[in-house]
Design a protein around this ligand. Structure first.
Ligand code: HEC
Length: 126
């Protein structure tokens, strides 16, 4: 009986965790509508901005075939890599983190939007 109860708890916990993860990415897809004019994430394709396919874990300013600003290339050379903390800072206020970036985007003001859009981007990164 005990084992069954434990199994039920574990099963439920897994189910709930998966649920909330899915929701984050789904909410993130809506946030990504703001990025879509310039970025593609589900394919490796540059538009006005570099492809965000596989962006998590990538060094800033290094996607092949995209002409980055000097500022973004320099950020990469100084060691900026895109992960949760760096994306959080950048997406909150791109121009504050990478002074001189040519990404013409004011930033996302809601922490929740940022977390969700990162969850969305993670789906297209290894
Ligand atoms: C108006 C067009 C535009 C919009 C909107 C925009 N971006 Fe960008 N983004 C760019 C450009 C251009 C660059 C390259 C910046 C540079 O070289 O300084 C860039 C760079 C980036 C980078 C760095 C990529 C790399 O390869 O180093 C990330 C991450 C990023 N954008 C995420 C986003 C997200 C997420 C959104 C939406 C919340 C967004 N961007 C909205 C144009 C845009």
């Amino acid at each position: 009986m005990r084992a069954i109860a434990l199994f039920a708890v574990v099963f439920l916990a897994t189910f709930i965790t998966n649920q909330s993860h899915a929701q984050d990415a789904a909410a993130g897809e809506k946030v990504f509508a703001k990025c879509k004019v310039c970025h593609v994430a589900d394919k490796d394709q540059n538009k006005l901005g570099p492809s965000l396919n596989g962006v998590i874990g990538r060094t800033a300013g290094t996607h092949p075939g995209f002409s980055y600003s000097q500022a973004m290339a320099a950020a990469g050379k100084s060691g900026v890599k895109w992960d949760e903390p760096t994306l959080k800072t950048y997406l909150h206020d791109p121009k504050a983190m990478v002074k001189g970036t040519k990404m013409a985007f004011a930033g996302l003001k809601q922490d929740e939007d940022i977390a969700n859009v990162i969850a969305y981007l993670k789906q297209f990164s290894k």
